[in-house]
Design a protein around this ligand. Sequence first.
Ligand SMILES: Cc1cc2nc3c(=O)[nH]c(=O)nc-3n(C[C@H](O)[C@H](O)[C@H](O)COP(=O)(O)OP(=O)(O)OC[C@H]3O[C@@H](n4cnc5c(N)ncnc54)[C@H](O)[C@@H]3O)c2cc1C
Length: 352
Amino acid sequence: MRLAIVGAGIAGRLLAWRLIKSGHSVELYDKAVRGEEAACSFAAAGILSPLAELEMAEPDIFHFGVRSMELYQQWLTQLSQPVFFRQIGSLVTAHGSDKVELEHFYRLIQRKADNDALNDTPVEKVKVADKEPDLSHLGDGLFLPSEGQVDTIGLLAALATELEQSDNLIWHDGTEVDAVNHQSLTIAGKTQTFDWVFDCRGLGAKDELPLRAVRGELLWLQAPDVSIQHLTRLIHPRYRIYVVPRPNDTYIIGATEIESDDYSPVSVRSSLELLSAAYSVHRGFGEARIIKSVVNCRPALPDNLPIIDTEEGLTRINGLYRHGILMAPAIVEEAINNFEQLSQKVTHASNS
Ligand SMILES: Cc1cc2nc3c(=O)[nH]c(=O)nc-3n(C[C@H](O)[C@H](O)[C@H](O)COP(=O)(O)OP(=O)(O)OC[C@H]3O[C@@H](n4cnc5c(N)ncnc54)[C@H](O)[C@@H]3O)c2cc1C
């Protein structure tokens, strides 16, 4: 079968890799040139938090997330390039006056996750100092043992290597697709036909889907005076921030969430919020250096849920919103299952 994928963000790359691994030949199209880090996926902090995301998300996101954690453990070992992945649990905490928000968060998670799920992935009430000695001033917190993180840029690079090394993949980078249809693409005024097309364009599909952009900003800090091992979320009445520890004293502080398709640099207001919250978590951030600031826009559908729409000759994957890195493996798995089932049915019907 002749397969095309449009979009080489996390969804498109992971899908291309899994399809070629199961024996298919794929043509991958992206308007960005290889090496360019323009896709939303390159901005992601790489947080893998199925439970904590339940605060703002629906249980579907949790279920995709739990399955993805299993798949990440299997799939990352199949990549020829190592990717930083850590699953040592996450902390959720709040300052004294905001502890009521933490209790609210706890109750919300308990209510949204079903009991079976909570048995497998419990939320533990802890003293923050038991997990992070330097954060004893934060008092009580919650520990979510199953949560983790992945180096998104490393993952995208490792996937690119797999794709480039495969004889079953042609990567048309720097190629904008004008129209995506069932079994065809229009590129520079010419129509090309395929047996199946996968649309993974994120916000690039906004003419066909009711997508909106949700701006996110985050800062990368180099902080030798800080020692935090766990992904740590700070609950605050106005905003939520997280501190993501990476190797070599690097921390990602994120992320804002603004209903806007503005790609301009990080604002002063956002920087103040992110940095003052980080400083309130650990005074050592005062002497940190800001090594990178990142802005991108998340592709969101009206219900903030993802879609995997499968029709004969066309699969649309979109709406990955704020959990795309978390959900991508499970979404790709489901998309491939749906595609294989429907294409077999169609072949069977046309043969009989
Ligand atoms: C600041 C920030 C932090 C985030 N942190 C996290 C996190 O910690 N954990 C998490 O799970 N998620 C996180 N996310 C969300 C995550 O990044 C997104 O959900 C995910 O990247 C969406 O992936 P995608 O593949 O659908 O789209 P994209 O990454 O946007 O990829 C779409 C691709 O399609 C290409 N394209 C578009 N139109 C065309 C066209 N016409 N022709 C050819 N190519 C086209 C684009 O060039 C792009 O490469 C974060 C997002 C932001 C902004």
